[in-house]
Design a protein around this ligand. Structure first.
Ligand code: DX5
Ligand code: ZN
Length: 221
């Protein structure tokens, strides 16, 4: 078992009328990253939040803001998300813009850069970013909504990416359908950062769920 598993609750499933309090609660419950899903109704069929919201919740925690941009175009918004307090900005391989230029721009703001691939995208596509990124985000659902079913056929992709990454210091993050059961599967396949939205927020005891996802010592909660 990988001992350095990090848990990144996705605030997509949080109570948006009380976002500050939700973030404070996640912080005190031992999350590692706060995963922030940004959607534009174009790259994905849903709309969420923009840089103003990221900026307004920044003061509630010092934890890492892991910002997942599911938007296209993305380049012109990177400076705003960086200034709003992002620690990691992840963009998608499938965008219409030049991905290398976007990664470069993220790094110019002195923050970490991540690359994400959708379920239909092959692990081979990640190869060209290996020496540029700090994080690879494997989508295990079609991006756009929380609460979807984990796509089992993505497990092999996680293994292939783990192999490709080798000894590089790159986080392998998995996003979509992570619960007590699938957490173990993705950790075994090589993931070290687990995004989880609905599983965490449907429980009252965030601390316990976070622990269970991280350690897989489930039982009674
Ligand atoms: C989906 C988002 C995910 C989502 C995960 O496009 O990127 O971060 O919030 O939600 P769950 O954990 O409910 O699948
Ligand atoms: Zn996400």
């Amino acid at each position: 078992m990988n001992k350095v598993v990090k848990i990144a609750p996705s605030i997509l499933s949080a109570n948006f009328s009380n976002l500050g309090e939700e973030i404070e609660k996640l912080d005190s419950c031992g999350c590692d990253y706060v995963h922030i899903d940004v959607m534009d109704g174009h790259f994905v069929p849903n709309i969420t939040i923009g840089p103003n919201v990221v900026n307004s919740i920044r003061g509630f925690t010092k934890k890492i803001f892991d910002v997942h941009l599911m938007i296209d175009p993305v380049k012109k918004f990177i400076p705003q998300f960086a200034k709003a307090g992002s620690d990691i900005i992840t963009i998608h391989h499938e965008i219409s813009e030049n991905v290398f230029e976007c990664i470069d721009l993220i790094k110019k703001h002195n923050i970490k850069a991540g690359i994400s691939i959708k379920p239909a995208t092959s692990s081979k596509e990640v190869k060209k970013y290996l020496d540029l990124v700090d994080l690879i985000l494997v989508m295990t659902v079609e991006p756009g909504f929380g609460g979807q079913k984990f796509m089992l056929d993505q497990i092999n992709k996680i293994k292939e990416i783990k192999e490709m990454v080798g000894s590089r210091k790159i986080d392998i993050e998995v996003d979509g359908g992570i619960n007590e059961k699938t957490a173990k599967m993705v950790i075994d396949a090589g993931a070290n950062v687990l995004v989880s939205g609905s599983t965490i927020f449907k429980h009252k005891d965030y601390k316990k769920v976070i622990e269970v996802l991280r350690t897989n010592e489930s039982s009674n909660y």
